[in-house]
Write a protein of this length. Structure first.
Length: 290
């Protein structure tokens, strides 16, 4: 299914591109943090083969993978992914062209003298940027395209294959850079990156599912439909102990709407019984499309 082009998606992609480019250029690259993907591979290649700066290596790698994507996947590569991949690489080259790192960093290289602090900050910013791009229906290319190619032509577990490939890239930093600490931090950053991306995406998608047992189901349903503009399912319920008949209301809302709904239900029926759970993703009208 094609991702719908909206201003929100377009803006989200640009925010994500800026975040991952800033995290890579100002924090990850100067510290030689290699956390997998084309970014990590470009850091290694720019050190082993310094014929091009890291941003140029990144552009070459991303263009190469995109070409392979169009050859083996066709339109499945996605125009958004192409745009984000090239935009990310181009922004890195712009930063490097203006020597922004040398102008901003106190010592001309790293922002601080604390590698672990920079790892945490850099990976967090990078992962948030990546999650925003994913949420907009795109990706920054690289290993994501490799994963799609593997998924199409092999029986390999794609998630494990990408993790193994990124791990190999991260472990190789132990042999490329003389500082063993850098390699260890790179491995930590690899798993931290995956965790933060999953956490951010789950927070983007999470909603609240309400089950309300009340004597006034019509009023509760009316509030949900007219004020929150969400669908409602109402069914009859009978208490096993009291044998009292009540209505059971089912609905889903955004997290920021949950407090309003909870307060409104209490005003409508102070004796209402509510079960509120968090759902990682809701697919359907008014929420996310398939």
């Amino acid at each position: 299914m094609k991702t719908k082009v909206t201003f929100k998606n377009f803006l989200s992609m640009h925010v994500g591109i800026v975040l991952i480019a800033c995290a890579t250029y100002f924090i990850l690259v100067p510290n030689h943090f290699v956390t997998g993907g084309m970014t990590g591979l470009s850091v290694i290649l720019s050190t082993v083969l310094p014929i091009m700066p890291q941003p140029t290596w990144l552009m070459v790698l991303n263009v190469g993978v995109l070409v392979l994507g169009f050859i083996f996947l066709g339109k499945q590569t996605g125009i958004f992914t192409v745009y984000c991949s090239l935009g990310y690489s181009a922004l890195m080259m712009v930063f490097d062209g203006f020597n922004l790192r040398e102008r901003i960093a106190p010592n001309g290289v790293t922002l601080t003298e604390e590698p672990f602090l920079e790892l945490v900050v850099g990976i967090t910013i990078y992962a948030i940027g990546t999650a925003i791009i994913f949420y907009a229906g795109a990706s920054s290319g690289g290993m994501d395209i490799v994963a799609l190619i593997l998924q199409k032509y092999t029986n390999i577990d794609v998630g494990k294959a990408v993790l193994y490939a990124n791990s190999i890239i991260a472990v190789s930093s132990l042999f490329v850079f003389p500082n063993f600490t850098t390699g260890i931090l790179s491995l930590v950053g690899l798993f931290m990156n995956s965790f933060v991306i999953d956490t951010v995406i789950d927070n983007f998608n999470s909603c609240k599912y309400f089950i309300v047992i009340t004597e006034k189901p019509e009023l509760v349903a009316e509030y949900i439909m007219n004020e929150l503009h969400h669908g409602v399912t109402v069914s009859d319920a009978v208490g096993a102990y009291t044998q009292q008949k009540k209505g059971m209301v089912h609905t889903v809302c955004r997290r920021y709407e949950a407090i309003r709904l909870r307060q409104a239900i209490k005003k409508i029926d102070e004796n209402a019984f509510m079960v509120i759970t968090t759902s990682s993703e809701i697919i359907g009208k008014g929420f996310r499309s398939v």
